[in-house]
Structure formats: C-alpha cells, structure tokens
Design a binder for this molecule. Sequence first.
Ligand SMILES: [Zn+2]
Length: 86
Amino acid sequence: MEPTRCIFCEIVAGRAPAAIVWESAEFVAFLDHQPIQPGHLLLVPREHVDYLFELEAPRYRDLWDCAQKLAIPLKKPRGPIASESP
Ligand SMILES: [Zn+2]
C-alpha cells in the first residue's frame, strides 16, 4: 500500500508545481492555488509534520517570525517580497 503523499512535502521537494515566493533552509512560502485573497501565501517547514504544533519550539517560533515578516510586503499595494531572508 502506498503511503499517503503530503502535498506540502511534494512542493518542497519540487515534485509538485507551486509559485514559490520565498524559501530558506528551513521553510518554503508559496502562493495558495485557491487564494482567499490576493497574495494568500502558505508557509510550510521543509520537514514534514502532520500538525503544525508538532514543530519543536525554536522552529515553531522561527516559522511565525517568518510569517510575520512575509506579511509586511503583502500589506503594501503590489509590494514585492524581498529575496533576502526575513
Ligand atoms: Zn509533508
């Protein structure tokens, strides 16, 4: 029986298409393919977790720090996301 495939891991590995807008050694951010508003991003860890709250404390905090920094240009009209680390 084939294990259930995780679409986020497929995107992180480059096996599934996604409009990646930012990435680091730990996280990848890409546009949601069914956005609820313009600029709707998904930020996921490179390591698989079934549930976001399973992330260890330092990485969990880092993810939310990245989410906060990635949200800043989204508040500006058509603001680009910096290519440098947030
Ligand atoms: Zn996964």
